[in-house]
Ligand binder design. Sequence first.
Ligand code: HEC
Ligand code: HEC
Length: 326
Amino acid sequence: MAGKIYSRPILFTLMVTAAVLAGSIVMMAYPMLRPDMHPKLEKLRPFTPLQLAGRDIYQREGCVNCHTQTVRPLRTEVMRYGDYSKAGEFFYDRPFLWGSKRTGPDLAREGGKRPDSWHAAHFENAQAIVPRSNMPPYGWLKKEKLDPVSVKAHMDGLGMPYTPQQIAELASKTEMDALIAYVQQLGHAVEKPRSAGGLDLAAVNPFSSSPQAIAAGAAIYIANCAVCHGNEAHGGIGPSFVDKKFLGEPGYGTDGEYFAIISAGSDAKKAIGRPGLPDGGMEAFGTQIPPDGIWRLVSFIRAQQHHEATEPAGVEKREHETGGKH
Ligand code: HEC
Ligand code: HEC
């Protein structure tokens, strides 16, 4: 009897299919319908209409082909991108956009890392900011207006909450605004590991104003900071280190504070209680630049301030040049 089934291929195929299907239903379909398979992080909010519109553009433009949105629980990834992804972060992601290819970096923790103006400039022309980038230009998104009617239909379809006012506001927004709003909320539900905590704000720069340290700091500055603070530290996306508007008087801030801000970004600025841009946007470099390098950057920045302080005439001229992007 047992041997017979093996000599009847069609019956055998049907029975195998039935057995596999029954197993799949028990193992996959049933758990999928249970609520505990759909966790949701406490701080997770549904998308706003603008963010959802941006998400649609992200899908339409195929950003997912070059960018993942999930940080694996591996030490190297957590060091590079931030906390690893949790199941509860994707509650409102329909469909999820995890992706599988990283031509560009993972974006799961991109929100708040950089100011809106950085993203606008980067979408316009990525190579102007990262010369070796192969990311295509998306400047034309600035000219495309959003369609409130279709966004509303999408909000309804996905059952996401919105107010009529939010929908009405979309009429004045472009696709670029939407995409930036979407990118800026990525990863908002998890605590960022950065903070000023643990950094000694009273620490003294071991290199002080040594000319070697300033020269080494200048090279690190050009490679990492010039894109936002300007080639000659006049500012651009980030504040200038030479004018008096943002930094105040020369010497403003202790060495330790500068060290903390460069290591831990805008979060440290807030923790220290210094005034800043509303959307923050100073990146945390603590995992990318070793402490010695950060101290050399502090030497370099201080040298810029002293330079300006002793040459007040230069300020006018340089401010004039700051109009364009560096
Ligand atoms: C052909 C592949 C490709 C496509 C398509 C692409 N990107 Fe990129 N992207 C990259 C690469 C490479 C980088 C790293 C270099 C750079 O910053 O430009 C990058 C960087 C980024 C960054 C900065 C990330 C960081 O933390 O440094 C963001 C944000 C971004 N892309 C968003 C997008 C969005 C949104 C889209 C779709 C509109 C998109 N990208 C489409 C390749 C791509
Ligand atoms: C992505 C753009 C960007 C990059 C890259 C960047 N910064 Fe910033 N930086 C900013 C922005 C924006 C602010 C203002 C942040 C705020 O107000 O919270 C800032 C603020 C600062 C401040 C604080 C100024 C003050 O007085 O409060 C320092 C210091 C600083 N950056 C140093 C650096 C150094 C050094 C580097 C390179 C290692 C660097 N930044 C790279 C955007 C950037």
